[in-house]
Design a protein around this ligand. Structure first.
Ligand SMILES: N[C@@H](CCC(=O)N[C@@H](CS)C(=O)NCC(=O)O)C(=O)O
Length: 214
């Protein structure tokens, strides 16, 4: 296996860097956490702008190779330090299904979840638009109905009959909905699946707040 001694994850609790940390815990990769302050925006300090010019999290520095975007980072780590059961290979029957749900977790969900977050929690109360929040909530429900029916159905995991990066990707979005108290209308089978995912030891480490002082 390639040298992993200097993988550095720029991390803030509750953010999408959880996805990357969760994956690295599952893969057993050694890594170092670099806390990024997230109490005020933009995140991090000016020096962090040299790592991630948009000053968002996560970012990963692998011995000088810097990469941002949580799903791209996961794909990079699986490709660079795999093979791993978290990835689904092109020659496996559920490769397409894996890719679809892996990307759905961010590309499919991000817009309405971000709007919901902004208009229920993040923005100052005066700037929140209840109509926008209602629209975002119904869109999120619509997407989750799709994920519950077409994605999970009666399965235990989204693809390939095992826990994969697709579960990490979409699982994080359910965590975000939980944080902003929009979890009640999540379909029952996804709630059960989320419980299954969050029962993993790797989840406890990935979401530990006390290990970083941002
Ligand atoms: N699509 C990006 C989203 C990155 C992102 O927006 N991260 C949030 C935290 S979960 C952030 O840094 N927000 C602060 C900001 O937008 O200023 C990814 O998956 O990494």
């Amino acid at each position: 296996m390639a040298d992993t001694s200097a993988i550095r994850l720029y991390h803030a609790p509750r953010t999408r860097s959880i996805r990357v940390r969760w994956l690295m815990e599952e893969m057993g990769l050694p890594y170092e956490i670099v806390p990024v302050q997230f109490d005020t925006r933009p995140a991090g300090d000016e020096a962090y702008g040299g790592i991630h010019p948009l000053r968002k999290v996560p970012a990963l520095d692998d011995k000088g190779t810097v990469i941002v975007e949580s799903l791209a980072i996961m794909q990079y780590l699986m490709g660079r330090y795999g093979p791993t059961s978290l990835d689904v290979r092109p020659d496996e029957p559920e490769y397409a299904r894996f890719l679809q749900w892996f990307h759905f977790g961010e590309a499919g969900m991000m817009m309405p979840v971000s709007l919901l977050l902004a208009h229920t929690t993040l923005l100052p109360e005066k700037a929140r638009d209840p109509r926008l929040a209602a629209w975002a909530r119904s869109e999120v429900e619509h997407l989750l109905e799709f994920a519950g029916k077409s994605g999970l159905g009666e399965r235990e995991y989204l693809a390939a009959n095992r826990f994969t990066a697709a579960d990490i990707s979409l699982g994080y979005m359910l965590y975000l909905l939980k944080i902003i108290r929009q979890f009640d209308s999540v379909p029952e089978n996804l709630k059960t699946w989320f419980k299954r995912l969050t029962g993993r030891d790797s989840w406890a480490v990935a979401t530990a707040v006390e290990t970083v002082s941002a």
